[in-house]
Design a protein around this ligand. Structure first.
Ligand code: HEM
Length: 151
């Protein structure tokens, strides 16, 4: 152990995959850093899963041991316990910590983590636009020069 650095990865909560499965009804908790890109629906799907838990399965649905009913998870049985609840965190600016607010923030955060190349892409985009503006100006001047004695 050593003091953490901003660039450190989160420490995994389980020793290995088997320990993780043993603690989660046999399911392996996925890496969430690219989850928004890995699922159809992206951030909307994530938000839906986080908010999609029901206290009880509807009539006629048998839940397997250690599983939870979730309307938006494929198959509707999920091994993840509901991770979001109201007032689980406190916002420094006094924003009310509803479950919806927390799920919304997590979805936005995981959209950001899913694009590690974002900063580089935007900085490249700015350079490309600048280049195109300068090139257009030069082509315009050139066009005027070429056509100047042809009128
Ligand atoms: C804010 C915290 C969390 C978020 C945003 C989150 C999100 C997710 C997402 C998006 C999935 C994948 C759903 C899919 O495959 O389409 C998942 C799966 C899973 N998560 Fe979480 N999770 C969180 C916390 C936790 C915690 C605290 C646990 C364990 C106690 C956990 C255990 C699992 C397990 C076992 C699965 C696999 C579910 C299955 O295949 O049935 N998650 N989680």
């Amino acid at each position: 152990m050593r003091p953490a650095l901003p660039a450190d990865r989160f420490v995994a909560p389980f020793a290995n995959e088997k320990a993780a499965r043993a603690a989660n009804a046999g399911a392996y908790p996925p890496d969430l850093s690219l989850m928004v890109k890995a699922r159809n629906g992206g951030a909307d799907y994530l938000y839906a899963v986080l908010m999609g838990y029901k206290d009880e399965a509807p009539e006629g649905v048998e839940l397997a041991d250690g599983m939870y009913f979730n309307e938006y998870f494929p198959g509707r049985q999920i091994a993840m316990p509901p991770p979001v609840s109201a007032d689980a965190v406190e916002f420094a600016d006094g924003t009310e910590a509803t479950a919806e607010q927390i799920a919304h923030d997590i979805s936005a955060f995981l959209t950001w983590t899913a694009q590690p190349e974002l900063e580089q892409r935007k900085s490249m985009g700015r350079k490309v636009l600048l280049f195109l503006i300068v090139l257009s100006a030069m082509l315009y001047v050139l066009k005027r020069k070429i056509w100047s004695d042809l009128h």
